[in-house]
Design a binder for this molecule. Structure first.
Ligand SMILES: *Cc1c(COP(=O)(O)O)cnc(C)c1O
Length: 396
């Protein structure tokens, strides 16, 4: 709103560099200055009245907005082809803010069951405390999702691809279910990014990103965003101003800087993911590889038809290995660091059974299809040959 000269460029790289930014900036600077302000001043009382009567859009107080986050929001909206974006301090902040703004006691929400476990935990443990019903159905079982809809259902939620199984949702089919039943649809598109897929074009109502991952891209910030129509995001923005989950101007600038190279980075993440997956699939110590870009993946056809690439996340299983033998492989790599998260320039590797499911019972792990010999590697933007050589020595 404060930066009206959004570029009309269709290309994603051009939009990533320029969209949302003013052509001329304060101090004739090519980059956006960081507005390190908690409040914004008015020259006189009439200016306050004009602002309240919406004659001049501008900032008022830092909890409601700041120029840096608005620039990033306009860039994100342009990248995903949405009318507007609302930025939050984290991906979970964005999910909680969106659902709290749109759900009322008595409403129901339905998830595909491979969605991020904290997203489902928020609904199962917390939204239910406020009288919102929560249901899960098997990921990509569209008939089950449709059958679970009742007159009280308000939201359908999925991710695509999912993590760590990398199931790929038929977004058009998912959006169509929502449209036919008058239910809002949300895709958490953290793993695909607008470079690989634009769910809004397929007809979903909201796209959510943990911008902590590929959008920021450098493992140095936390942020989240929801993109959709102005009308549906208006209550979300308003509630954010009350709940207080806004990004600081410094953090928003860091995200703006990261976004400039989104297309370049995604090209490399896609290429590295595929190269590493192909290498692992041919390795005698690897039982199975999950990567939608491989012909062997159950969702290869839909991924191939709808996505530009499949990203940097690769899940694989060590043949005949218990959790300690699997950990030995993880511990033997020298380039990827061991840790959670994905989407940054630095590769990361982890064993989901240890990193995210240690406190779960074997039976619970089985329902989540998390096995002791499962490894998740988030390929960064290093040279594929180096990543492959490193994995080869770790497996050997
Ligand atoms: C990381 C992640 C989130 C949560 O985002 P934060 O920025 O960590 O709050 C939500 N969904 C997916 C798919 C994620 O990978």
């Amino acid at each position: 709103m404060l930066h009206p000269n959004r570029t009309g460029a269709a290309g994603l790289s051009t939009a990533a560099v320029h969209a949302g930014e003013a052509r001329q900036k304060p101090g004739f600077s090519i980059t956006d200055p960081i507005f390190a302000a908690s409040t914004y001043t008015f020259p006189n009382t009439q200016a306050i009245v004009d602002f309240i009567e919406e004659k001049h859009p501008r900032e008022e107080y830092g909890r409601y907005g700041n120029p840096n986050e608005r620039t990033v929001e306009d860039k994100l909206a342009a990248l995903d082809g949405g009318e507007e974006a609302t930025l939050f301090a984290s991906g979970m902040g964005a999910l909680v803010g969106l659902l709290m703004a749109h759900l009322n006691a008595g409403d129901e929400i339905i998830f595909f069951d491979e969605c991020y476990h904290r997203s489902r935990e928020f609904c199962r443990k917390h939204l239910t405390r406020f009288g919102v019903g929560f249901r899960e159905v098997t990921t990509c079982d569209y008939a089950a999702m449709e059958q679970a809809i009742t007159p009280r259902t308000k939201f359908l939620v999925s991710e695509s691809p999912t993590n760590p199984h990398l199931s790929v949702v038929d977004i058009e089919r998912f959006a169509d279910i929502g449209r036919r039943h008058g239910v809002l649809t949300l895709i958490d598109a953290t793993l695909c990014t607008p470079y690989n897929l634009k769910p809004l074009e397929a007809g979903v109502d909201f796209v959510l990103h943990s911008a902590t991952k590929y959008l920021g891209g450098h493992n140095d910030l936390l942020a989240g965003a929801v993109i959709g129509s102005r009308e549906l995001l208006e209550p979300v923005r308003h509630l954010r101003g009350i709940m207080g989950g806004i990004n600081s101007p410094h953090n928003a600038y860091l995200l703006e800087r990261g976004l400039k190279t989104l297309a370049l980075r995604m090209e490399r993440h896609n290429a590295n993911g595929l190269a590493v997956a192909r290498f692992l699939e041919g390795h005698p110590r690897v039982e199975r590889v999950l990567y939608p870009g491989l012909e062997s993946h159950p969702f290869h056809e839909i991924a191939n038809r709808t996505m530009r690439g499949c990203g940097g996340l690769v899940t694989f299983f060590i043949k005949d290995a218990d959790w300690r033998q699997t950990a030995a492989v993880v511990d033997a790599v020298t380039i990827p660091r061991i840790g959670p998260s994905l989407g940054g320039v630095e590769s990361l590797i982890e064993q989901p059974m240890v990193m995210s499911y240690w406190n779960y019972s074997p039976a619970e792990r089985e329902t989540f299809r998390i096995t002791d010999n499962m490894v998740r590697m988030a390929c960064g933007i290093e040279d594929a040959d180096d990543l492959i050589a490193d994995l080869a020595q770790a497996l050997g």
